[in-house]
Design a protein around this ligand. Structure first.
Ligand code: PEP
Ligand code: MG
Length: 912
């Protein structure tokens, strides 16, 4: 085995920007790889170097950096110093650097950044001289001590913020920019004292020590609570680590000819063509993204500094041509000179993703296949969210920026912890903050929507909410939010915590009270067709609908997997068909025994003689038959897989405790009820400690005489009836929870006889009803070669297969232990949500191969929840199944992902 210690010691752990490229994203992280790419393109990137993710992983595992890293950093630093002719932290005209995190997948605001590294009590004077601006130099030093104190020395940020506010007040300065140099110098002293008092050590004066400590803090920030929460949500593995980018500082806070901005080559919120951005004059780095000051638009920037704006526009076009996608760019202007600090393929809303992908096809920059690759099932799923009813009565409170689309209604809460607590109680909440910080992440995850009074579309709230598909309105400036008093005032309206508001992330509007919500235009399109949906939509919405239609149709042309739905009623089946389902992969028959019909099952269970049992079954038969006729009518011409009864019988009986109490009370009162007594005896008899593992599935069929026969008769008669009515029923019978081929043989003997009998009677003669089984127990998967002897198809029941492979009770563990397991990194996503490829997936592959060995043409599908999960769909494609089956609402998602999976497999970008 390779020793990770020695391999990291030998590896190249530091790359100059001029050495790397965007292909090296695993090693250099997204930011580092793209800085290298821009350098290669000859764009104005300040020079620097990247410390690899490998170094980070080593550091996190060993608690110290590889020794060779010190040497490699020294060499890279010297090259940088030589290139610029300045030394890090020199007393005259010092080189200063930024130290920024940058993982493979962007995690906005989740990890640390330290700017102005290299400043100390001496070099600050050199900087003042060189920049001919004393105020600027002290402001830069103030920022370094503050950032270093907070992120490297772990001192609460408020301590610095409070001093800063107090100093501003003393100086009568409205903003940071108005603070005079003398005040800033004093503030640096205060900040240094805070560092010394709270960390037990002096703020380090040695520039290299600052650099090394900042680098370690960035490494460590990979594992902060908020970064872990973010990764869990975004399904980013915990073991990747972050790269660290060391870059020569350029300054946007050198007066009015300087500034800093963020821009997108197209609007990331709506997908509209044309650049979109925010610019702040005389500001540094994080000021734009943190949303603490309100920003200028790119048009304002063009008026202010036409030359830099023209150069930026040219670079935007260049980058979009190079990446052939929406780019997200951070830039700084230092005294009229434009610098590119970052670019990446930009995050976007779901609507923007579809629109931009089709725009790029039309601009002949990408192919249709590439466009399909660029949209995801998750994004399509987001577009299926409802919107506010346009005709609903509404009281507009105010308008902010439409930062992340959707319609959210909920109770106002003013802090993250309350959002989490209320959401846990099942309340919908709107998290309302002046601006959000990464510390608000848990609240944002828990909330139905996020509302802020400060910051633009690139503020933290906006970026994070978009990333997680959470509705967000930001920068609603008229809102006066008092987080202490837990109130929100706008005009004459004063709302308190718990009051309900409705926020529209598509328009930026904020309404008082609950607003009625209607289906999404994409659902409209699916249900009523393109023309109808377009007629009902405004221009922007119509564009989204057209893009969805185009890419969904391309997915349909591309995919190999068929997509069916899990549907139990004719109504669900109709809905599934509208969503594009090509059949029913799972009809669970248990719902047909609930409600009014429960008494019939009760009678069946309580039957003491064959005659009583047969009477009960005879009563159920016509009801079942009618159910199946309706279902087969709704799905006429398409396959319908009907599963015989699966859940334990006691689920159809009254609650044991309640019944026992009722009987006990009756007995005590001397009036025992004979029916209740019998029922209680049956409940006691059927009680199981672990019903999931008990008398259910095929075991029911074998233990309760006549039950499966009745169902099979109802199915066959229904099919015959449909045939007689001129329909085209395509029905399949599925046996649940089979572990041994013997169980299936025994049931088949019973089923085959009834099918032959019913089909043989006249109309049914033309019927062929395949009989198959679910594969949902490990033993079934492992003995699939034998089971295929008796099964014409397999449908993988991945819910039970996950439950039994992991030994996790599917009803209990998600709430009891999954949070801890996710946190500890046992898995990055619940195996009930996304298929566990290594374990459950291995069983599926085994069963696929074995099943085909016995019966080469055997039809193979999946009907567990995973059938609608994008990532799992890729696995099922690669495992060579014939179809996936999922809830009707997820059918479009599965269609899209099946198309994407086929493409990914073709291009070797595959799932396995
Ligand atoms: C399964 O187990 O995956 C399945 C589809 O059946 P059910 O969820 O009804 O147990
Ligand atoms: Mg099951």
């Amino acid at each position: 085995m390779v020793n990770p210690r020695s391999s990291a010691q030998r590896a190249q752990l530091v790359f100059d920007f001029s050495d790397g490229s965007r292909e090296q994203v695993d090693l250099l992280g997204g930011k580092g790889a793209n800085l290298a790419e821009m350098t290669k393109l000859g764009l104005p990137v300040p020079p620097g170097f990247t410390i690899t993710t490998e170094a980070c992983r080593y550091y996190l595992a060993q608690g110290e950096e590889p020794q060779s890293l010190r040497v490699q950093v020294t060499m890279a630093l010297r090259r940088l110093e030589d290139q610029l002719g300045r030394r890090l932290g020199d007393v005259q005209d010092p080189l200063l650097v930024s130290v920024r995190s940058g993982a493979k997948f962007s995690m906005p605001g989740m990890m640390e950044t330290v700017l102005n590294v290299g400043l100390n009590d001496y070099s600050v004077k050199g900087l003042a001289e060189a920049a001919k601006d004393e105020r600027f130099a002290w402001d830069s030093y103030r920022r370094l001590v503050q950032m270093f104190g907070r992120t490297v020395l772990d001192i609460p940020g408020e301590l610095f913020e409070e001093e800063l506010s107090a100093a501003k007040q003393r100086a009568g300065a409205g903003t940071d920019v108005e603070m005079p140099a003398a005040e800033l110098r004093e503030l640096v002293e205060t900040f240094k004292q805070i560092c010394a008092e709270h960390s037990g050590r002096e703020f380090p004066q040695d520039p290299r020590e600052q650099l090394d400590m900042a680098m370690r803090a960035v490494f460590t920030s990979w594992n902060t609570e908020r970064a872990r929460i973010y990764r869990r949500r975004e399904r980013i593995p915990h073991d990747l680590g972050t790269a660290v980018n060391i870059c020569a500082m350029v300054f946007g806070n050198l007066g009015d000819t300087s500034g800093t901005g963020v821009c997108f080559t197209r609007d990331p919120a709506t997908g509209k063509q044309g650049a979109y951005g925010d610019y702040l004059v005389n500001a540094q780095g994080e000021d734009v993204v943190s949303g603490i000051r309100n920003t200028l638009s790119l048009e304002d920037f063009a008026r202010l500094d036409p030359a830099s704006h023209a150069e930026l526009s040219q670079i935007m076009r260049r980058l979009e041509t190079h990446y052939r996608d929406l780019c997200d760019i951070e830039f700084t202007v230092e005294r009229g000179k434009l610098w590119m600090l970052q670019t990446r393929v930009g995050k976007r809303t779901a609507a923007a993703a579809f629109r931009i992908a089709t725009q790029l096809i039309d601009e002949r920059l990408i192919t249709e296949d590439e466009a399909l690759h660029r949209v995801t099932g998750d994004q399509l799923g987001q577009l299926l969210f409802p919107q506010f009813d346009a005709d609903a009565e509404r009281t507009l409170l105010t308008r902010g920026m439409a930062a992340s689309p959707g319609a959210a209604v909920g109770k106002l809460v003013f802090d993250s912890a309350t959002a989490v607590a209320e959401a846990a109680r099942g309340e919908n909440v709107i998290l309302c903050r002046r601006e959000t910080t990464p510390d608000d992440l848990a609240g944002m995850v828990a909330a139905a929507g996020v509302l802020t009074s400060r910051g633009g579309k690139t503020s933290h709230a906006a970026v994070v909410a978009r990333g997680m598909g959470r509705t967000c309105v930001c920068g609603a400036e008229e809102l006066d939010i008092d987080a202490e008093a837990r109130t929100l005032t706008v005009g004459d309206n004063r709302l308190a915590e718990g009051d309900v508001v409705s926020i529209d992330g598509t328009t930026g509007e904020v309404f008082a009270g609950t607003l009625a919500v209607v289906a999404s235009p994409v659902v409209n399109y699916l249900e009523l067709g393109l023309d109808h949906a377009l007629a009902a939509a405004d221009a922007d919405t119509a564009d989204v609908v057209r893009a969805v239609d185009r890419l969904l149709r391309h997915a349909d042309r591309t995919r190999r997997l068929r997509v069916r739905a899990n549907a139990d009623t004719a109504e669900d089946a109709g809905r599934a068909r509208v969503m594009g389902a090509e059949g029913i992969g799972l009809c669970r028959t248990e719902h047909m025994f609930l409600g009014d019909r429960r008494v019939l099952i009760e009678r069946l269970i309580l039957a003491e003689t064959d005659g009583e049992r047969e009477t009960a079954l005879a009563e159920l038969l016509p009801l079942q038959r009618a159910d199946f006729v309706a279902l087969l009518t709704a799905m006429d011409g398409l396959p319908v897989t009907i599963r015989l009864l699966d859940p334990p019988l006691h689920e159809f009986l009254p609650d044991r405790t309640e019944l026992a109490v009722k009987v006990a009370v009756a007995r005590a009162n001397g009036g025992a009820d004979a029916a209740d007594e019998r029922l209680l005896a049956a409940v006691e008899r059927l009680h199981e400690s672990n019903p999931m593992m008990g008398l259910r599935g095929v075991r029911l069929g074998l233990m309760v005489p006549g039950l499966y026969s009745m169902q099979v008769r109802a199915i066959t008669e229904a099919a015959a009836e449909r045939l007689a009515a001129g329909g085209t029923p395509v029905v399949e019978i599925m046996v649940p929870l089979v572990a041994s081929v013997m169980e299936l043989h025994l049931i088949r003997d019973e089923i085959d006889g009834i099918v032959a009998e019913v089909a043989g009677n006249g109309e049914g003669a033309a019927l062929h009803i395949p009989i198959g089984t679910m594969i949902e127990l490990p033993r079934a998967a492992l003995t699939a070669r034998r089971i295929a002897e008796a099964a014409e198809f397999f449908s993988f029941g991945t819910n039970d297969l996950t439950q039994t492979t992991w030994g996790f009770s599917r009803d209990d563990v998600e709430s009891s232990i999954f949070a801890a397991y996710l946190d500890k990194g046992v898995f990055t996503v619940s195996p009930f949500e996304s298929l566990d490829r290594d374990g459950v997936g291995a069983l599926i592959r085994t069963a696929v191969a074995a099943g085909r060995e016995t019966r080469p043409g055997i039809k193979l599908g999946v009907c567990g929840e995973h059938g609608g999960d994008p990532d799992s769909v890729h696995f099922f494609h690669a495992a060579d199944l014939d179809y996936v089956s999922c809830s009707p609402f997820r059918v479009p998602v599965a269609r899209l992902e099946s198309g994407r999976a086929a493409l990914a497999a073709e291009t070797g970008d595959g799932a396995l």
